[in-house]
Design a protein around this ligand. Structure first.
Ligand SMILES: *Cc1c(COP(=O)(O)O)cnc(C)c1O
Length: 390
């Protein structure tokens, strides 16, 4: 009998090791990882730089407390500020916590400026599982049975600028994902984010972006907002930021960071030496290995390859954050892929999500495409071929 909560639907496989884009199961099977633990292991598994940096840090210090100065945290903040063009960082431990910080920041802003302490959020969004972030999530599936929800959120349709404009008077901030991830990989339309930014600027409201899944190279730029030419007032990061070490962060301006003065907010673990070294290493490797460029190139290759496959009706997403819209149920495709040694995930009934590590090679993109082709048309002879070579 398991002594764990039964809150996850787990697949019957466990992994014992990994290398780059490959995972090895305890029964010896090998899998090509096109999911990265849901957009987390951005440098793949056991990246030599990561192994070395973490091993060295573990032998020095794991944790000290934010009661003290943490040079590793300063270094991570400096690097993050430079690449993401923001002035200040707050470190926490997960995406939900990063969004909690955005929500608290918005509440402080509202109180300071005499605005309604209400945040406009969108239907079909996902912001996390804590009580406030689940209340901000536009999907009743995650909220049912946890009522009363946290008040102070109003919902509008995603990509509906008019609805956002009409909601603005009754709020202090707007919180959106540039590309809805759990919602099925749905990018903001080209004028949506820019439109929100202008509205917010005009009316003195905050534009808060949840880049927990899209941030840190996933879409081929440091932040997905860059594709839209938009700079948020504050941004939440997590998933890919620590390359597998649990971390989260909020980035904002010097001025807005002052809303969170001494004692206003905090966390025991956030930005501890181990987490900070993981963040710095991820950022360094992305720069030194030119991974943003690589994500753009290989993302393009993957997308074009997917579009050519029979049984695919649409390909959504940017860079290496993609969803394939399939004629067959996505769960069936994901199961067939698993049987053939490829890890993907059914993010919606007809949407298969692909989020391979940023370090993926052209050969691995092609290998993944070959397996997917076989899964989309399981009767064809192509299927038998890739199964045997997987
Ligand atoms: C995964 C995710 C979260 C929640 O992150 P956790 O680390 O699971 O708390 C929040 N927002 C978005 C957009 C996500 O993809």
């Amino acid at each position: 009998m398991s002594h764990l909560f039964a809150n996850y639907n787990r697949l019957g496989v466990a992994f014992e090791s990994g290398q780059g884009c490959w995972l090895k199961a305890t029964d010896g099977r090998e899998f090509l990882d096109f999911l990265s633990g849901i957009a987390v292991t951005s440098l793949g598994h056991a990246h030599p730089r990561m192994v070395k940096a973490l091993q060295a840090q573990v032998s020095r210090l794991l944790h000290v407390s934010n009661l003290y100065e943490i040079p590793e945290q300063e270094k991570a903040a400096t690097h993050l500020s430079r690449v993401c063009q923001q002035e200040r960082a707050f470190f926490c431990n997960s995406g939900a916590e990063a969004n909690e910080c955005l929500i608290k920041l918005a509440r402080r802003y509202a109180h300071e400026h005499g605005l309604p302490p209400v945040i406009t959020v969108t239907h079909n969004s996902f912001h996390g599982r804590t009580l406030a972030t689940v209340s901000a999530t536009g999907n009743p599936k995650y909220q049912q049975g946890f009522e009363p929800l946290v008040p102070g959120f109003q919902f509008v349709d995603f990509n509906d600028l008019k609805a956002a404009r009409e909601s603005l008077e009754q709020c202090c901030a707007i919180l959106v994902e540039p590309i809805q991830g759990e919602g099925g990989v749905i990018p903001a339309t080209s004028d949506y984010l820019g439109g929100l930014k202008s509205l917010c600027e005009e009316q003195g409201k905050l534009l808060l972006l949840d880049e927990v899944q899209t941030g840190i190279g996933r879409t081929g730029s440091w932040l997905a907002a860059e594709h839209y030419g938009v700079k948020a007032d504050a941004t939440a990061l997590a998933k890919g930021l620590g390359g597998g070490v649990p971390v989260g962060a909020v980035l904002t301006s010097e001025k807005l960071s002052q809303l969170m003065g001494p004692g206003s907010h905090g966390t025991t673990f956030g930005g501890n030496p181990l987490a900070s070294i993981a963040i710095s290493t991820v950022l360094e490797v992305i720069e030194e290995e030119g991974l943003l460029e690589r994500v753009r190139t290989n993302g393009h290759l993957l997308r074009e390859g997917l579009k050519r496959l029979a049984g695919v009706t649409e390909v959504r997403g940017v860079g290496l954050m993609l969803a394939v819209i399939t004629e067959d149920p996505a769960a069936e495709i994901a199961e067939r892929a698993y049987q053939r040694g490829l890890l993907v995930n059914a993010v919606r009934p007809h949407a298969v999500r692909l989020a391979p590590p940023l370090i993926i090679t052209e050969t691995e993109v092609e290998k993944g495409l070959e397996i997917l082709e076989a899964c989309l048309c399981p009767q064809s002879s192509v299927g038998a071929k890739s199964a045997s070579s997987a």
